[in-house]
Design a binder for this molecule. Structure first.
Ligand code: ZN
Length: 434
């Protein structure tokens, strides 16, 4: 395997970086551990199917307990779901959260986390954790990377030091984190991009998927990632290729990068028919409540998105009658709960007027309450979706939910800016934040 680090820069950087980063760079060249896949740390049971749609009601059995699907996974990029404690997440019923390999590798470092046991121990989370491979973050930093067949060289957003991610390296880091589901290292093509570019990224993603699979820790469940951008033939090829691998689950990547709802749903529709029934399907970085329902209908089982936490911190709250901007003047003397239909801790104890006041004063409690409420909204939505599939009435539930959710849209005054809906745009803006 060749090193992608340019020699002159490499020696220069070695002098400039801290001792820890020197050891990180040196470790790039040490022999990599190899694993053979002898055990399987995932079991996926499909409990029911909705007859009118492709939706499945399932149960994932992982190292840290079961996960009811379809599931929404809160995003804890830095080992924390912002403004929430792990105890609150568990009390709310979440059985799995996300961590990010890229961020945790740079800070505090996977070796530090390994030294205390694993990420679960470090953050005191007893449920399951899925780690992103870091591919999305690395490829979002277009101006500071070098892509080769072997991997990617990138600069740390923390201190500017150079690092190299290869599929084997990323699997080793995720092994050190000790998470329950690990993702293949992939190349997420930007949107828009030409079909030739998307094909090149897809071919590389397939090669890296094989290498990731061969080198992943057999104590962890492994998911491959479909790419192919907005091109139907590429999506078909990628879905068929990833489906042919001996993975534990399959993700659809390269979505929610600014392509818009229609193309995102197309990517799902072009992929799902080629996927085996018995593996869980994960749509990465999606989405709004509407996106989630529409994707469950298309056969997706797993979701993650920063919207409920990020929008909550910005004063945007989900309610059964649409999303509201709590900073709006109309809430000045509204002493009712944010959502009268919500029975979360926030809505049971505090009024919309109080929340608005907290936002206006930039008080920390505003972020805490709004994040709590928004995650509770997503949690409840997923419970209702699962019940509807069990009762074989998902189509009806979708209609009921959307009719109410969209009823007051005209008065919401809170359309999500396009860049906030885009993983890519948001990522460039707040790379270190989520
Ligand atoms: Zn609430």
């Amino acid at each position: 395997m060749t090193c992608l680090l340019p020699a002159p820069t490499h020696s220069c950087i070695m002098k400039q970086t801290t001792e820890r980063n020197n050891s990180v760079i040196s470790a790039l060249h040490s022999p990599l551990p190899t694993f053979s896949k002898e055990t399987n740390h995932i079991k996926f049971d499909i409990l029911a199917k909705d007859h009118g749609t492709r939706a499945r009601r399932g149960r994932l059995h992982l190292n840290h307990g079961t996960v009811e699907t379809p599931v929404f996974m809160p995003v804890g990029t830095q080992g924390t779901v912002k403004a929430m404690s792990q105890e609150e997440l568990a009390d709310m019923g979440f059985q799995i959260i996300l961590g990010n390999t890229y961020h945790l590798y740079l800070r505090p470092g996977h070796e530090l986390i390994r030294s205390v046991g694993d990420l679960h121990k470090f953050i005191n989370w007893r449920g399951n954790i899925l780690t992103d491979s870091g591919g999305f973050q690395v490829f979002s930093l277009e101006h500071i990377r070098k892509i080769g067949e072997d991997g990617v060289v990138f600069r740390s957003y923390v201190d500017g030091s150079y690092h190299e991610f290869t599929p084997e390296r990323v699997m080793e880091i995720q092994s050190a984190l000790g998470t329950d589901i690990v993702m293949a290292f992939d190349e997420c093509a930007p949107y828009p991009c030409t079909e030739d570019y998307a094909r090149e990224a897809m071919v590389r993603t397939h090669e890296w998927a094989k290498r990731s699979l061969d080198s992943h820790d057999p104590n962890q469940a492994f998911f491959g990632i479909i790419q192919g951008s907005v091109y139907p033939e590429l999506r078909r090829q990628s879905a068929q290729f990833i489906a042919s691998l001996d993975t534990d689950g399959i993700a659809i990547g390269g979505v929610s990068v600014g392509e818009g709802k229609e193309l995102m749903m197309n990517a799902v529709d072009w992929s799902v028919p080629h996927l085996p029934e018995h593996k869980p399907r994960y749509l990465m970085g999606v989405g709004t409540p509407e996106d989630i329902i529409d994707s469950v209908v298309r056969g997706i089982d797993m979701f993650d998105c920063v919207l409920p936490t990020r929008l909550g911190r910005n004063g945007s709250l989900y309610t059964s009658q649409g999303r509201i901007n709590i900073k709006n003047n109309k809430f000045i003397d509204d002493f009712s709960p944010v959502d009268p239909e919500c029975d979360c801790w926030c809505c049971r104890n505090y009024s919309a007027a109080y929340l608005r006041h907290l936002y206006k004063c930039d008080e920390i409690l505003a972020s805490r309450l709004a994040t709590y409420h928004n995650l509770y909204f997503y949690r409840t939505l997923m419970i209702r979706i699962r019940e509807a599939i069990e009762q074989n009435r998902l189509t009806e539930y979708r209609k009921e939910f959307l009719a109410k959710y969209r009823r007051h849209r005209a008065s919401v005054h809170d359309e999500i800016p396009r860049q906030d809906l885009s993983r890519d745009g948001a990522q460039k803006k707040t790379l270190s934040m989520e």
